[in-house]
Design a protein around this ligand. Structure first.
Ligand SMILES: [Zn+2]
Ligand SMILES: [Zn+2]
Length: 336
């Protein structure tokens, strides 16, 4: 599977015109600011693309944006104990952003090298977050009872410290890391839907999560170091046989529209994650990546990378992109 990752990654990488080299310069900053795509997919059950989850490591802080399918597995692959995550941020209540949450929460409590969380799990998000925090312990009450008695696990480690916010603005600030929530347009029924901007050390990463074309993303991501945008592409033939797919498409952003956002916001690097792709009935393939790249290039000429699970971005004077194997894919230089 990883061999396939690499093939796809190589095909997917699309070099912008300027400011890019094939080298991997050392980052000047001693304080790491690193983003890792844990899941780049959607509800489509694809082992190569788990659903949306992004790890942000900034100085002493480790944060998750969304907890989609497989988040626990990907953190395990990275060797990051689940207890090391300081806070998790939910963008909206669609299941592909949440199905990994119970696994992360329960598995992180187990008395193991990868678990052993002894403080409450911090969870931030819009309307619905408090209910999640209230009902999850009820849904798993018997597991919690058994492990409390049988393994003598402490109650504090399975508690959820929920912070539900109603409006855009700063939702978290710790150790020099600031998280700002901003609204996005994911369709009239999917409200609220938020994206997050994470700032650290004078740099910022913008993660709108699910959205249609929305100029508020342009405003938020103007001059960002990294903009991680979603993308959707569904074959017209497929939509004729399944008209409901048009509804899916209406909630997301086409490659051309994403390119418009990139062109206006001018991030140092634009990246795709959260692929909603039905291409030639094959799901996500290298040919789909090439088509997304081609269509994006009709509206955007700058630095762009098509994300894959476990792709990482080290953000400093340069932005270095590495693949799942840790090898450098490309490096974007400083702003002129
Ligand atoms: Zn959604
Ligand atoms: Zn989604």
């Amino acid at each position: 599977m990883f061999k396939k990752f690499l093939t796809d990654v190589c095909v997917a990488v699309s070099l912008g015109l300027a400011a890019m080299t094939a080298s991997s310069p050392a980052l000047a900053s001693e304080q790491p600011f690193k983003v890792t795509l844990l899941g780049t997919g959607s509800p489509i059950p694809n082992p190569d693309r788990f659903s949306q989850s992004i790890l942000v490591e900034a100085g002493k802080q480790k944060l998750l944006v969304d907890l989609g399918r497989g988040v626990t597995v990907r953190l395990g692959q990275l060797g990051i104990p689940l207890r090391d995550i300081n806070a998790s941020f939910v963008t909206h209540m669609h299941s592909d952003h949440l199905t990994g949450l119970p696994d992360f929460w329960l598995t992180g409590w187990l008395p193991t090298s990868f678990g052993s969380r002894e403080t409450p799990m911090k969870l931030y998000g819009p309307k619905g977050t408090r209910e999640l925090a209230e009902y999850l312990p009820k849904a798993f009450a018997e597991d919690i009872r058994i492990r409390t008695v049988d393994e003598e696990l402490r109650a504090l480690g399975i508690a959820i410290d929920a912070h539900e916010f109603k409006a855009p603005g700063v939702v978290y600030e710790q150790d020099g890391v600031k998280v700002v929530a901003f609204e996005t347009d994911h369709g009239p029924e999917i409200k609220p839907s938020f994206g997050y901007t994470i700032s650290f050390n004078g740099r910022k990463v913008v993660i709108p999560s699910d959205s249609r074309y929305d100029e508020r993303i342009v405003a938020e991501a103007r001059n960002a170091d990294l903009l991680i945008h979603e993308v959707a592409m569904i074959d017209a033939d497929l939509m004729k046989t399944n008209p409901r797919l048009q509804n899916v498409l209406n909630h997301h952003t086409s490659p051309e529209d994403a390119g418009r956002i990139f062109s206006q916001a001018k991030p140092r690097l634009a990246a795709y994650s959260h692929f909603v792709v039905f291409h030639r009935g094959e799901g996500v393939t290298a040919s789909a990546d090439r088509e997304i790249d081609r269509l994006t290039r009709t509206t955007y000429k700058g630095p762009l990378v098509l994300g894959h699970d476990l792709m990482a971005f080290d953000i400093g004077d340069s932005i270095t992109v590495t693949g799942a194997d840790g090898k450098t894919i490309m490096s974007v230089g400083s702003k002129p």
